[in-house]
Design a protein around this ligand. Structure first.
Ligand SMILES: [Zn+2]
Length: 494
């Protein structure tokens, strides 16, 4: 029987402001959409936190036995500077500054994004569609919204008519804003503005002659508005209504609000059952921003090449640090916080390693594994509360250390279930990897090869060439090449 039938998961729905029991639209299946990165620069560490939160959600839903279709897009067109309506396209601007073809910019930073996520041990989403791959679908939705009277065309651009929409629907319900307040707080439109109302947003923008990213449409050459791609891609792969829509808190308004408006205008109903928003990451108590220098890239943390941290940290230690906070809380990254997390991470990994090596006791087990395991699930079922899960895992860490010291008992029959549970929570759900062990293993491997090189040198000194050749050939067969040079013998592993 699937675990989801016995575990009651509750999620905090930003749309209702309540924790709700999670019941997918189709039993056993979950459709989840998360707004992906705009690939015009190296992926921001704060975005990594958002994507990591949803990677954990994806992992837990799968663990519960749901069949999950997880769609996370790549924004490769249409996202304008400052999220504004009349700025330059972020990718086109980077292409102009670096004298690259826009798709070269997209390729470069998509590769960077994937390589960082791989280091953090993310599971790949089920589908990773791109905005430029779905221009036709976006045009179809615009035609539909125009037909239904919720948009208007001006001078080759098409805008969503927020005022008309708000008469029969409620614009602002996700972010808790009222259209009247928004209108009162914005400046009046300039005379040359194409929009009827400052709140109206672009569904399609006319491309000026110098604009390189352009596609033909019924309204002339142009490009789609940023909000539209998510409506087009989520509908295409998950349907007009799906279970979970995730993203960073900063996307609630206007991006997600506009997605709701577009879907309601086109399909006549709400697109998403549960809206989940991950909170931001600050650095030393302040907002991270390239312009102020209060910024750090993931690779700078892994290599230690930065002026903010005292040493390098492994991706898994950083992942552990992020999982120690609830995804809806603000998390502050600092040298002290990372050092403390690294200690905790090492302790957890050591306990899992030690557990495997423990000799079971004759005396009956002194730890209630079943109730502990359920408390781990309770933590995750409470809106993916990873800090409580980690605290609960540490109850087992304490117990494992006691067994090791001989002050607690663990029978043979309980050892494997405890091991399995620890590994499932730490590795499968939190997505940690034992990078400590990898490091130890590679040290052990180079030590072993050095020893064999020494034995080979001794054999050669004794003119025992049969032995020395055997060592070299068998190492070669294992993919380890020895190279004899003036300074002695070195090796490389292929
Ligand atoms: Zn989006």
């Amino acid at each position: 029987m699937q675990l989801y039938k016995t575990q009651t998961l509750k999620v905090y729905n930003s749309l209702t402001g309540k924790k709700e029991v999670f019941e997918p639209l189709n039993e056993g299946h979950v459709g989840m959409y998360v707004c992906g990165p705009t690939v015009y620069s190296n992926v921001h560490l704060g975005n990594c936190r958002t994507f990591m939160s949803f990677d954990m959600v994806f992992r837990y839903l799968k663990h519960l036995g749901f069949k999950v279709r997880y769609v996370r897009n790549i924004t490769d067109a249409g996202h304008l500077e400052n999220d504004a309506e009349d700025g330059e396209d972020k990718i086109a601007k980077k292409a102009r500054l670096e004298q690259l073809e826009p798709m070269e910019v997209v390729q470069r930073y998509t590769l960077d994004f994937h390589s960082i996520l791989q280091k953090f041990n993310f599971l790949p989403p089920s589908i990773e569609p791109t905005a430029t791959g779905h221009i036709i679908e976006q045009i179809e939705i615009i035609k539909d919204i125009l037909d239904k009277g919720f948009a208007y065309e001006t001078n080759g651009s098409v805008y969503f008519d927020v005022n008309t929409f708000n008469k029969s629907h409620s614009y602002g319900k996700l972010s808790g804003r009222k259209l009247e307040d928004m209108i009162a707080n914005t400046r009046a439109l300039a005379a040359q503005d194409e929009k009827k109302n400052p709140q109206d947003f672009a569904l399609w923008k006319k491309a000026e002659p110098q604009h390189i990213m352009r596609w033909p449409s019924p309204w002339g050459d142009g490009f789609p508005g940023w909000h539209l791609e998510c409506t087009a891609m989520s509908t295409k792969y998950l349907g007009e209504t799906f279970d979970i829509h995730g993203g960073g808190m900063d996307l609630k308004f206007p991006h997600h609000e506009c997605e709701i408006a577009q879907a309601e205008a086109s399909y006549g109903h709400s697109p998403v059952k549960y809206w989940l928003h991950a909170n931001m990451l600050t650095l030393n108590g302040k907002k991270m921003a390239k312009s102020t220098g209060n910024n750090i890239l993931p690779n700078e943390i892994f290599s230690g090449e930065n002026s903010i941290l005292s040493k390098a940290f492994t991706p898994s230690a950083v992942r552990f640090f992020m999982m120690q906070a609830h995804y809806t809380s603000i998390l502050d990254l600092s040298n002290d916080a990372l050092l403390a997390s690294e200690k905790g991470y090492n302790k957890l990994m050591e306990a899992i390693e030690n557990l495997g090596k423990l000799t079971p006791t004759e005396a009956p087990t002194t730890f209630d594994i079943a109730s502990w395991k359920q408390r781990c699930y309770d933590a995750l079922n409470d809106d993916f509360n990873t800090p409580i899960l980690i605290a609960t895992l540490f109850e087992a860490v304490k117990y494992i250390n006691q067994v090791k010291e001989g002050t607690a008992a663990l029978e043979q029959k309980d050892k494997e279930p405890l091991q399995l549970a620890m590994e499932q929570f730490a590795f499968d759900i939190l997505g940690l990897e034992n990078q400590q062990a990898t490091q130890n293993n590679s040290e052990a491997l180079s030590g072993t090869v050095e020893l064999l090189i020494q034995l080979r040198n001794e054999a050669r000194a004794n003119k025992d060439f049969a032995t020395s050749d055997k060592i070299r050939d068998q190492l070669t067969a294992l993919g380890i090449q020895l190279k004899d040079g003036k300074e002695g013998t070195t090796f490389s592993i292929s």
